[in-house]
Write a new protein. Sequence first.
Length: 327
Amino acid sequence: MTNPLKRARNETTDESDTSTIKITECTRHSDVWFDDGSIVLCVEKTLFRVHRTILCSHSEIFSDMFSLPRPLDEHMIEGCPVAWLSDRACDVEHLLKAMYDPFFRPTLMSTDQLEGVLRLSTKYEMPTFRQECISYITSCFPSELSDFDDPPPRPSCFWAVTMARECDILEILPCAMYLCAREPPRVIIEGGDGDSRNCLSQGDQNLCWEAREQLAHMAESEVFSFLYRFQPHSECQAANKCRSGARGIIRIFYETNRIYPYGRMEALRIEDFSIYGKSVCGCCLTAMRTSHHTGRQVVWAALPNLFGLGSWNNIFPPDLTESLSDG
Ligand SMILES: [Zn+2]
């Protein structure tokens, strides 16, 4: 692993270049400055005074970094050595605040905070913080359909895809990519939440375009096949009435743009069957619910493949848990 401190000093190409920053141009962070701290982190033009032992207890990368021989021309502030990091100051602020907060919970954080802690806990190999962030994000972008139907408030799916690619969180990609792909084309191109950092890569945009075709097809052939290929239930006593009822519902779908409401492809939409009762008999309604449920499961199972990830088994190899517990 490259020493991040060394890398920080050598980078000369972007605004995170630390070699030209003068200590006199930097300002102390208003909160993260402990008078009894033992090391000063210089990030962009912000100084954080913290405890070396705390950093090292969370991260072997920091531990290795601080065990290196100290350079002769090392900067010192109030007796503390200065370490330059090539990160974003806001990310470092969020990570340090999480480290010093015994009640740290990703669920209580803003997306910016979550992003900072996830990004740096990945970079500096802090398994506890990384896992806590991932647990929360996977609850928002789950791998089970039942969890998808009842998620906590979700951050932007475009943000989630960007972070999943950057921090290698494959398991959230099928769900997050689906949520991106169902958006109208303009939103897919521009990134949805108005933050240009969260725009999908060209490769991910292409995956969305391809998946939309398949999702539209599956919405008709799987999820809503009970309407498009309506067959009265074997015990139906009013087949003609139910046939015309099903046709009426399709007409309403088109009239109210419910297949593509505002251009949005909703293959996994939860359907409200309460309105169907007036159009078809009880037997047919029960069969419709079952067919819809099965269709959604088919779409869910296909999501990883739609986005170039193989199957769910590729993402969660079935033998991994067993071989780990065996070993
Ligand atoms: Zn019927």
